[in-house]
Design a protein around this ligand. Structure first.
Ligand SMILES: Cc1cc2nc3c(=O)[nH]c(=O)nc-3n(C[C@H](O)[C@H](O)[C@H](O)COP(=O)(O)O)c2cc1C
Length: 225
């Protein structure tokens, strides 16, 4: 067991941020049947908040062989079937999702004192949809995705830069499409659970959880903070 004195470093014990005192109850939900309606409502408010640069940034946790790992990705789409993000399918997260399709994501919007957690299984987007989105990205990003075998060990960035430059010249003619790498694509997370969290200065935060039932309807419950 550790004793606190043994943990040298930065002491944040006296850091206290005020979370406001806005109550968030079941009556404040946009809908008690549809967590997507609540997600969209809060997401719109986050988008309108100047202090939130990337409201669509979410941490996604994956777990393989009982070892969890987490990193940020950008949600590019939310629709009635779930949340979409794009990545390298052979990256660490891609390999872990291949092994175990269960994923957990969290959005955190500090200026609003809100977090949303979503849990569900992922499925790959079709090649056609991934290719369509790939070609909607800036050509520079398309080239970067083509040269980077995400999560693999590299000697230095020099080789990547050289390869980037080579492809930039090869595809200088903008009418020539850059082929999508076969190992790059999208995932959709099909949610089985949403949790909406509203922070309070008195630490009696509000937590409202939607859980999907076997008949696809949703139940709503409060959780202790
Ligand atoms: C704000 C932010 C957004 C990111 N968005 C993505 C993304 O949409 N897709 C992606 O593959 N990596 C994204 N990354 C990089 C990942 O966090 C991570 O470094 C990379 O995907 C490799 O993760 P892995 O080795 O666990 O697979 C983002 C990083 C940050 C900080």
């Amino acid at each position: 067991m550790y004793r606190m004195e043994a943990v040298k470093g930065i002491d944040m014990c006296d850091s206290r941020v005020s979370y406001g005192s806005v109550d968030f109850t079941k009556d404040d939900l946009v809908s008690q049947d549809d967590p997507y309606a609540q997600f969209n409502h809060w997401f719109k408010q986050a988008k309108e908040c100047d202090a939130i640069a990337e409201p669509n940034a979410m941490a996604i946790a994956t777990c393989s062989a009982n070892i969890p790992s987490v990193r940020m990705v950008l949600m590019k789409w939310i629709g009635p079937n779930g949340l979409v993000f794009f990545t390298n399918l052979c990256s660490r997260k891609g390999r872990e999702l291949e092994d175990n399709p269960n994923a957990s994501v969290v959005f955190y919007w500090p200026p609003l004192h809100r977090q949303i957690r979503v849990e569900g299984k992922v499925k790959k987007l079709s090649e056609e949809e991934s290719t369509k989105y790939f070609h909607s990205r800036p050509r520079d990003s398309q080239i970067s995705a083509s040269v980077s075998k995400q999560s693999s060990v590299i000697e230095s960035k020099v080789v990547l830069r050289q390869e980037h430059e080579r492809l930039k010249q090869k595809y200088a003619d903008e009418s020539v499409p850059i082929p999508k790498p076969p190992d790059w694509g999208g995932y959709i997370i099909e949610p089985s659970c949403f949790e909406f969290w509203q922070g309070h200065s008195d630490r009696l935060h509000d937590r409202i959880v939607f859980a999907q039932q076997s008949d696809s309807t949703w139940t709503v419950q409060l959780l202790a903070p």
